[in-house]
Design a protein around this ligand. Structure first.
Ligand code: HEM
Ligand code: HEM
Length: 163
């Protein structure tokens, strides 16, 4: 994969758009969860725009994830900071790819559950949502770790674009 000096404006914009959309999926999850419970128990449920928002939000996330993947493969990503221990560089690499895989799998299992009525897909969706939270926690904790311990400004790379 090619390497660049930094992320492009589009890569940065898509990163933060996905962050906002993912946060909304968790904050407003109850509407689709209750509707799903009602469907499983054969009860009727009232239409709630937040159900539609979850489905559309998930679709948007998948679109942005694929877009980011194409940019990443075509344009590349900046090299790991020089002073990063090899084991942490490998962990970061694995975590970044895991994000792509887990976000795509969440969208696919969501679609299979909601449109296909596949109960196992809903179970997988529920498991993946915890895996995603764990990844996000590790990813976010890495930011102050880089700033304080490694003393490199990795955060700036996701704020200031490089042409
Ligand atoms: C990456 C995108 C997505 C994320 C991060 C996400 C996240 C979540 C979360 C946090 C819940 C709540 C689970 C709970 O604690 O009750 C949930 C439930 C659900 N989501 Fe998604 N979702 C995504 C995409 C989708 C899509 C695209 C669909 C459908 C087209 C979908 C359908 C569902 C359904 C049916 C439930 C209820 C499942 C249950 O409660 O067992 N999701 N989702
Ligand atoms: C849903 C939440 C998040 C997801 C899915 C996510 C995903 C990713 C991915 C896949 C990368 C690798 C670059 C790429 O392929 O485009 C990345 C890089 C980065 N993310 Fe996140 N991220 C999330 C939240 C956050 C948050 C909340 C912060 C800051 C507090 C953050 C800061 C960064 C930084 C600084 C980089 C650059 C790392 C580097 O240059 O090696 N991310 N993120």
């Amino acid at each position: 994969m090619s390497e660049t000096k930094g992320y492009s404006a589009t890569q940065i914009l898509l990163h933060w758009a996905v962050v906002v959309l993912v946060a909304a999926q968790y904050i407003f999850k109850s509407a689709i969860s209750s509707a799903w419970d009602a469907i499983r128990e054969g009860r009727a449920y009232d239409f709630d725009p937040l159900i539609l928002a979850h489905v559309v939000g998930g679709g948007l996330i998948l679109t942005f994830v694929v877009w980011r993947l194409v940019l990443r493969l075509r344009r590349g990503v900046p090299a790991t900071p020089a002073n990063e221990p090899a084991v942490l560089a490998t962990l970061a690499h694995v975590a970044h790819w895991a994000f792509y895989a887990v976000l795509a799998a969440l969208s696919v299992t969501g679609v299979l559950a909601w449109f296909g009525g596949v109960a196992a897909a809903a179970q997988a969706h529920n498991l993946l949502k915890v895996v995603l939270l764990a990844l996000i926690a590790a990813h976010v904790l890495a930011v102050p770790f880089h700033a304080v311990v490694l003393k490199n400004d990795v955060m700036r790379r996701m704020i200031r674009p490089e042409a």
